[in-house]
Design a protein around this ligand. Structure first.
Ligand code: ADP
Ligand code: MG
Length: 317
């Protein structure tokens, strides 16, 4: 008999309102142990509120949240020993030095990582005696990530993982996240970077207005769009792009410095080649690539920022 292991994070019917604002509305999600799960969506779509409810920092209005089988509000102390959290607003004490912060957070856990090694990995090795307030935005961000991961947590919740990081630091953070996962940590991360989501995540939830639109693998999301492929080539003679667009399965044709880009579905690839052949056009430097997650996102998420007459900001919980 096989039993399915309980998910590391199990959210059912989660709802959270701030006065008249419904921030999270009937969200269900299950993150398997060892998974890297991404949450993507426009600003104000309830991503941070969801993370804060999972972390036990906000009490849901309805629904249940279980993390490692525990109720994050009722079992807060136990959760704190097994879960690492990087919040968007990591309000650390301004005078706390990097080294002190790392030591403090490491002390919450049974088997923490070596804080100095982690700081060095994240480019903070020469900032250990700097107070938090004197760090640059990117350095504060890297410290927040280090603090979330220093305890070797069983689950890490990372809100806006690499927002504000330069490309080099971002790569370092991605390597670290992959290594931490290889060590067995389950990771839920919020990101705005499609490249990051595609690189790191096993599955992604697209959210909008407090609801989950779809959960799928990055490839699966791309496959759901009308045009999962891009054929790109340089025609050896002028052609009638109108004829191309008219082919079944072709959704868009763009020209960029002599190269044509045809967005289409799988079945249209041969149709396009046959059509070019009939027109006596040779597609030179032909490439067929997967359309990007960017396009899938734009296709699947309407994308208008949730506008609200936000009431007075409510403090945590
Ligand atoms: P996201 O992280 O996706 O940008 P949030 O969870 O921060 O979204 O916000 C969802 C909605 O809840 C937004 O309309 C936001 O204005 C509102 N909201 C978030 N936090 C608070 C708060 N502390 N008090 C009042 N409204 C809030
Ligand atoms: Mg947010």
């Amino acid at each position: 008999m096989t039993t399915t292991p309980a998910p590391a994070i199990d959210v059912r019917g989660l709802r959270k309102t701030y006065g008249p604002v419904v921030a999270v509305d009937h969200v269900d999600l299950a993150v398997a142990e060892g998974e890297i799960f991404g949450v993507l969506g426009p600003n104000g779509s309830g991503k941070s509120t969801t993370v804060e409810c999972i972390a036990g920092m906000r009490r849901p209005d309805a629904g249940t949240v279980r993390i490692l089988g525990l109720d994050p509000v009722a079992d807060h102390d136990a959760v704190k020993r097994s879960v690492g959290v990087q919040l968007q607003s990591a309000g650390l004490q301004p005078k706390l030095r990097v080294r002190e912060a790392l030591d403090l957070f490491a002390s919450f856990y049974d088997d923490p990582r070596e804080p100095l090694e982690l700081a060095t990995r994240l480019g903070l090795g020469d900032r250990l005696d700097h107070p938090w307030r004197k760090l640059s935005g990117g350095q504060q961000q890297r410290l927040a990530i280090a603090l979330a991961l220093v305890g070797r947590p069983r689950v890490a919740l990372l809100d806006e993982l690499s927002t504000g990081l330069d490309p080099r630091s971002r790569r370092d953070v991605w390597d670290l996240v992959e290594e931490v996962r290889a060590d067995g940590t389950t990771i839920l991360l919020v990101t705005h970077l499609m490249e990051e989501a595609q690189h790191l995540c096993d599955r992604i939830a697209l959210v909008e207005r407090g609801r989950i639109l779809v959960v799928d693998t990055p490839e699966g999301l791309i496959g759901r769009t009308a045009a999962p492929l891009v054929m790109s080539f340089v025609p050896d003679r002028a052609l009638d792009t109108g004829g191309l667009v008219a082919l079944a399965g072709v959704s868009d044709v763009m020209e960029r410095s002599g190269r044509l880009q045809v967005a289409c579905d799988d079945a249209a690839v041969l149709r396009v080649l046959d059509w070019l052949h009939d027109q006596h056009v040779r597609p030179e430097h032909l490439r067929v690539t997967e359309s990007s997650l960017d396009e899938a996102y734009l296709d699947l998420v309407a994308g208008d920022e949730t506008t609200t007459d936000a009431p007075e900001k409510e403090s945590i919980r």
